[in-house]
Design a protein around this ligand. Structure first.
Ligand code: CA
Ligand code: CA
Ligand code: CA
Ligand code: CA
Length: 330
């Protein structure tokens, strides 16, 4: 989903003949990212988000008629977020892991409900799914896992809901918990955000080709603050950090500028049994909402955010057995 794109339209200028082709160019590129021949009166272009990063971009439309006359029109669009989901449907999907059996399942959503589910694989329960970033750049989520026994951090490339390749990213102390996979150096590719269980250090590892090529510290925070998501909360196109205090139930955010925390605030204080599990866009307005799990009833619910204020809520799934843990979403 490309947020902010409304319509791109134009005429060929001489009304002489039918449209022969429509081409779309991104940011003045010399080759078109989409070409439609004999398009008819209405057409749409699958806009593959791997073409560009969040931010401001210029799309140029070139319409050529049968007489060879070309008319061009350009429009600047703002891309705020890109949904690279499992089925390409434009709404976030979830990975769930069964902590008793090791089964890893996918749950496809329409935003508010799970509409399809299936099994990807069954693995040793030592492997904890810790994220679902797109690691091979095909705009479909893959699986990031951390081995609770050995500390190995590995990836599994997913195609058509099956694991088709895998590899090791690093061997790390099990004290480091992977808590998110935002893009932290602005290259449009996921990096890894980690938090130390013992010191509260929040750190990042920059990834290139599934290897760690740089790292650094973001902050030292009390260990009662758990990082529960990395949505863009101030709408600048860059990930921020959503946190929940496991002692008080406070849900808060830290605004990131690069890898520095430059602002913070409180969203709400909620009963402790409501555990935040992610911040997907539920209602499709291009801005993050909050997905929560009730650790007593198993209910999976959502809270709609307007800015950083909760303005609505609802239930996605009631009474889902607690051994099914939501392990990633895209
Ligand atoms: Ca992928
Ligand atoms: Ca990156
Ligand atoms: Ca932001
Ligand atoms: Ca939303």
């Amino acid at each position: 989903m490309v947020s902010g794109l409304t319509t791109i339209s134009g005429t060929d200028g001489d009304s002489r003949s039918a449209v022969a082709s429509v081409k779309l160019f991104l940011d003045g590129a010399s080759s078109a990212f989409a070409t439609i021949n004999s398009p008819g009166p209405a057409w749409s272009v699958p806009f593959n988000p791997t073409y560009c990063l969040p931010g401001s971009h210029v799309i140029t439309l070139a319409v050529t008629d049968a007489a060879g006359t070309t008319f061009q029109a350009a429009q600047t669009i703002a891309i705020r977020h890109i949904v690279c989901d499992l089925d390409g449907g434009g709404t976030y999907d979830m990975l769930a892991q069964n902590s008793a059996t090791g089964e890893i399942a996918y749950w496809l959503t329409n935003g508010y409900q799970i509409v399809t589910a299936g099994t990807i694989a069954t693995q040793s329960t030592d492997w904890k799914v810790v994220g679902s970033p797109d690691l091979n750049g095909d705009c479909h989520p893959d699986i990031l896992v951390q081995n609770a026994a050995t500390g190995e951090i590995a990836y599994w490339i997913v195609q058509n809901y099956q694991i088709v390749a895998d590899g090791t990213i690093a061997m790390e102390s099990t004290d480091w918990q992977v808590v998110g996979t935002p893009d932290l150096n602005g290259d449009g590719k996921p990096d890894i955000l980690v938090q130390s269980k013992t010191t509260g250090e929040v750190a990042y590892w920059i990834l290139q080709n599934c290897q760690i090529v740089a790292n650094g510290t973001i902050a030292f925070e009390p260990t009662s603050w758990h990082i529960v998501g990395t949505p863009d909360l101030n709408g600048d196109g860059h990930s921020d950090i959503l946190v929940q205090n496991v002692g008080t139930g406070e849900i808060a955010y830290w605004i990131l500028t690069g890898t520095t925390i430059t602002g913070d605030g409180t969203i709400a204080t909620e009963p402790l049994q409501w555990q935040v599990v992610g911040a997907p866009d539920i209602d499709g307005d291009g801005r993050p909402d909050i997905l929560v799990r009730n650790t007593q009833s198993g209910d999976i619910a959502y809270w709609l955010l307007t800015g950083t204020t909760i303005t609505g809520d609802g239930t996605i799934l009631a009474g889902e057995p607690l051994q099914w843990q939501i392990a990633g979403m895209h």
